[in-house]
Design a protein around this ligand. Sequence first.
Ligand SMILES: Nc1ncnc2c1ncn2[C@@H]1O[C@H](COP(=O)(O)OP(=O)(O)O)[C@@H](O)[C@H]1O
Ligand SMILES: [Mg+2]
Length: 424
Amino acid sequence: MTSPAPRLPFSRPPAFVAPGRDGAPRVLLLGSGELGKEVAIELARLGVEVVAADRYAGAPAMQVAHASRVLDMGDPVALRALIDEVAPDVVVPEIEAIATQVLVDVEATGRVIVVPTARATALTMDREGIRRLAAETLGLATSPYRFVDTLAGLRAATAAVGLPCVIKPVMSSSGKGQSVIRTPDDVAAAWEYAQTGGRVAASCPGGSGGPDETGVRVIVEGFISFDYELTLLTVRHTGGTTFLDPIGHTQVDGDYRESWQGQDVPDVVVRRAQEIATAVTDDLGGYGVFGVEVFVVGEEVIFSEVSPRPHDTGLVTLVSQDLSEFALHARAILGLPAGDVTRIGGPGQEAAASCAVLAEGEGVPVVTGVELALAVPTAQVRIFGKPSVSGRRRVAVALARGADVAEARARARAAAAALRIELV
Ligand SMILES: Nc1ncnc2c1ncn2[C@@H]1O[C@H](COP(=O)(O)OP(=O)(O)O)[C@@H](O)[C@H]1O
Ligand SMILES: [Mg+2]
């Protein structure tokens, strides 16, 4: 299915007035992490007023927005009150954990554009919605899968999809609650981990419930021994659909660590990935950047998942393109053309890479060594300014270019290693 032509947030061509003045375009960011911070900066560059919301004060995007609000965006009453109060032209979800029914309702009023569409945010917040759409409606190749909500169901599902397999809460991101089941002995621990690790933890994890007791719903996927995985950033904008150069990446425990552009990907794989991205993003509709994740085995391309927003592996575009994924998102969601992308980096800088910098523990992250990181050729850093950390969190990213992927990655890693993170 191809969705109807997206609605535009403003009369065409958009009129820009100083932020805060009557008639000024206003964007409400739902989620104010490091990706939202870059989107807020790009919107501000175009003179757009940005109100940044999250569940805690001082979040990265709040530090660069015109105003901020603190609330639980999963609470439908609070979210509806926020949208009524801020009266934005455009609502830009940055995270998945949002009361998406409210987005459906406000979109239906016709007064607010939800990016890319309310339906897309609802389908992608839940692994079941997007997986069934991709595999069953669109007929795309995916890993074999089952959805279950009991331990007994999990045992049957692992037998059906085969071992090894991957288990993930349907409501989860960044690898939370996700693990690999290699033998039947792993099943109980994997179930327990999924019950506590997702966004919606079981009400009594580890309780005395039997194998048939309903818990947090999970997807069980056959493990794909891929040669490599890619993110294909796909921009839907008034000028059409634009694909960025594929991004290679590594994940540890389901969480992104390094990403790069400039990898030699066979044309047939790129074409197939673009076909998959077209099928998925045409169905989801709306305007904006999508991160389409695929696994590649030989020349076979397998759809994994999609973010209807800039992707963490796309941080590399901050140094690889004249317009980053965040700049392109800002343009696209305002109803502006976003198809004119130029790779940057002259001879000897054909590839680019990012390396995430993590802190683990409790406290306020203090970053030093920036001067050493920036001594690495071509290196740049973004420090997210997170007010505190609890658990394992990304606090900065190192970026660099190089003659090939190996050199760009080595430089990004060297810059990341030069940063010292202390929690005080
Ligand atoms: N079925 C699978 N087979 C092999 N690896 C997988 C599979 N599912 C996930 N992974 C690995 O885990 C990473 C995170 O999984 P993903 O489904 O993208 O979750 P998240 O929403 O947390 O990003 C993937 O990028 C990939 O490296
Ligand atoms: Mg992913």
